[in-house]
Structures are given as structure tokens and as C-alpha cells.
Design a protein around this ligand. Structure first.
Ligand code: F0G
Length: 350
């Protein structure tokens, strides 16, 4: 534990003798049991996997450590990615630590403040385009073809290799795969990676089953649900504001092979789940992360029988990434003079 993803899961990763065993302390994130929602939904056992506890505050570090280790192994000097924020924060951190130039291309005005602060402070070169993530991804793909720079979006297969280790951790901790895995879907790399991880672990005899993969897009950015590209994706969950997922086929495969579903949740459902998670469970995930919980609630309302079942919701990123989002709910921010009585009065204790 605490050794990082490369050392802990070396037997399942495409490493060679020349791969540097780098780490920033990623992986080994908490799997926390629900204290409220589990009972409310009548679920056998419900867990939250807190991926916001990774070094840059999201699951991206698991894949980035592998992609950067391979880039270093291949003597690359420079890495590039498009991002809704978290990938850029992770690339910037690992790139800084291992001496690589980092270039990130982001949709202008649609990336959470905390994520932008990370890319800036880690010293990445940032280009904000007047467009969306899908356009940014197309641009960095073209740049990586034309120039000597390594693309570290999840179209780089090493990213998914690293991200699948979260599935391993869940099985290692629970002793088997859960019955259901609820996960937000944006560019669809993560659901693809989890499925790969669960399948590999079953093959290796470490699990007796694989979970049903339950992926959730935001309703205004739900190309897989609608079966067609969304040209102008819209959602409050900026991390998953994506209309043309790179791993579309991987997500469909995960759904179909596992017997799961890919559905969508409205912004209202995302916001409700975001608050519930914080206020009933003490878990502060970012809005996109709440899509997994919103999806679970939606399915339960539609009659999914969770009795005797084990379910895991992936909380993909920390709520601290997007502080301006929380500020919208600051109904109780009251200012008073610095006196005991004034504070008592405002609390209704006087
Ligand atoms: N949750 C968070 C917090 C994310 O940042 C992302 C994706 C997802 C869920 C969806 O995962 O794309 O593998 O389906 N963020 C990417 C980024 C797109 O650029 O940081 P996915």
C-alpha cells in the first residue's frame, strides 16, 4: 500500500525493465461504506470509492502515472492533452515532477477554477480555445501527429491500463467484484478501463464475477444514450461536458458484455445527488462525480432491486476542484458583528 500504482500492480501493467517506477502516491483510495443512502435504497451494501483522494484530486492520476512513465521510457520530452480540467491537472503535475514540458488545450470558460489553478501552478503551457472539449481533442490529436509530443489523453492506451487498477483495488478490498458499478461517463475512458480491470481480474482468478457496469452521462451531453454525436453539449458538470466520446465503443462494450446500462441524469438530479452526498454521507465530490450517485438513485426509483446486492459508486474527483459551484448553495452565509450575542442571535440561540 502507498507504493503507487506501478509497483502495486506491476504484474498487470505493460511495464518493461526500462520503465521508470515513478509515483506521486496515486491509488489506494478509500472505499467508504454508505451510512444513509444504502438504507434509504434498501441496498445490501453500498460503497463510495473516493478517487478525489488521489494526489491531484481525481482518478486521472492512475492513468497519467503509467502514460508519463512510458513517455519517459520512450525519451519523450513533451506531453500534450485536451481536457475538461482534471486530465490537464494530472498531466501538469506528473510532467512537472518528471521534467517534461506539458501543453494543455482546454475549452475556454468551461473548466473549474481549481483545475485551472492546478495547471497554472504546476507550470503547464495552457491554451484555451473558444470551443468545446471535442474540438480541443481533435486539435491535440492533430498536433501529436505533426510534432514530437506525446499525447496523454485516454486515446493513449497506457492511460486506460493505469485506470483499470481502481477495479483491482475494489476487488482486493471487497474480496470479490461487486454486483453493480455506478460511474459517470464523459469521454468514456474510465468505464472502459474499469471493465478491462474487472475482466482481467476474473481471468486471473481474483474475482468470481464481474459487475454490471452502470454508466451515466449528463442529459445535455449524452451522445451514447442518444446514439448520436452531440454538437453542443451542455451540463453544469463541466468535467463530462463531452459530445463525442473517444472511447464510445469501449463504453458500449462494457455495457453489453456486463449486462449493464448507459443512461443519463439531468442537471437537477446531479445537483441533488451532489448535495445529498455531502450532507448525508460527508462525501464532497465534484458535480460530475455525483452523476454516479444520481444514476443509482434514478435506477432505484425505476425499480432496480438492490436487496442483497453490493454496489459501488465511483466518486471520480474532489468537490474542492469546483468551489464556485458550491457557492451557488450558500443560502446560510450571514455576516454579523464579532460579538457573542450577535452570533447567538443569528443561530436562534438567544
Ligand atoms: N468525472 C470526472 C471528475 C472527470 O474529470 C471525468 C473526465 C469523468 C468523470 C469522466 O471520465 O472521460 O473517462 O468518461 N474528465 C476528462 C478530463 C474528460 O479532461 O479531465 P471519462
Amino acid at each position: 500500500m502507498g507504493r503507487g500504482v506501478l509497483l502495486r500492480y506491476r504484474d498487470f501493467l505493460p511495464l518493461t525493465a526500462a520503465t521508470p517506477m515513478i509515483t506521486l502516491g496515486e491509488g489506494d483510495t478509500p472505499l467508504v461504506r454508505s451510512v444513509w443512502l444504502e438504507r434509504e435504497l434498501g441496498c445490501g451494501a453500498l460503497y463510495f470509492k473516493l478517487e478525489g483522494c488521489n494526489p491531484t484530486g481525481s482518478f486521472k492520476d492512475r492513468g497519467m502515472v503509467v502514460a508519463v512513465a512510458k513517455a519517459v521510457e520512450e525519451r519523450s520530452k513533451s506531453i500534450i492533452c485536451a481536457s475538461t480540467g482534471n486530465t490537464s491537472a494530472s498531466a501538469a503535475a506528473f510532467g512537472a515532477r518528471f521534467g517534461l514540458e506539458v501543453i494543455v488545450v482546454v475549452p475556454s470558460g468551461k473548466i473549474a477554477m481549481g483545475k485551472l489553478a492546478q495547471a497554472i501552478t504546476y507550470g503547464a503551457r495552457i491554451v484555451a480555445i473558444q470551443g468545446n472539449f471535442d474540438q480541443a481533442l481533435q486539435i491535440v490529436r492533430n498536433l501529436a501527429e505533426k510534432h514530437p509530443v506525446t499525447l496523454v489523453n485516454s486515446v493513449n492506451p497506457y492511460r486506460l491500463e493505469g485506470q483499470k487498477t481502481a477495479a483491482f483495488e475494489i476487488v482486493d478490498e471487497l474480496g470479490d467484484a461487486p454486483d453493480y458499478l455506478f460511474i459517470p461517463v464523459g469521454n468514456a475512458g474510465n468505464i472502459t478501463a474499469y471493465w478491462k480491470g474487472f475482466v482481467e481480474y476474473r481471468w486471473a482468478g481474483k474475482a468470481s464475477q464481474t459487475p454490471k457496469m452502470m454508466g451515466f452521462q449528463a442529459a445535455g451531453a449524452a451522445p451514447i444514450v442518444r446514439g448520436k454525436v452531440v454538437e453542443k453539449p451542455r451540463t453544469v458538470a463541466t468535467a463530462i461536458r463531452i459530445g463525442k466520446p473517444a472511447s464510445w465503443q469501449g463504453a458500449v462494450k462494457a455495457r453489453d458484455e456486463s449486462g449493464g446500462v448507459i443512461d443519463c441524469v439531468s442537471d437537477e438530479e446531479i445537483i441533488a445527488a451532489y448535495k445529498l452526498l455531502a450532507r448525508r454521507e460527508g462525501v464532497f465530490g465534484e458535480p460530475a462525480s455525483a452523476a454516479s450517485v444520481a444514476g443509482l438513485i434514478k435506477m432505484a426509483k425505476q425499480g432496480l432491486d438492490l436487496r442483497g446486492k453490493r454496489a459501488v459508486c465511483i466518486i471520480t474527483g474532489s468537490g474542492l476542484k469546483d468551489p464556485s459551484f458550491s457557492k451557488k448553495f450558500a443560502e446560510s452565509l450571514t455576516e454579523v458583528s464579532p460579538e457573542l450575542e450577535a452570533v447567538e442571535r443569528v443561530l436562534g440561540w438567544r
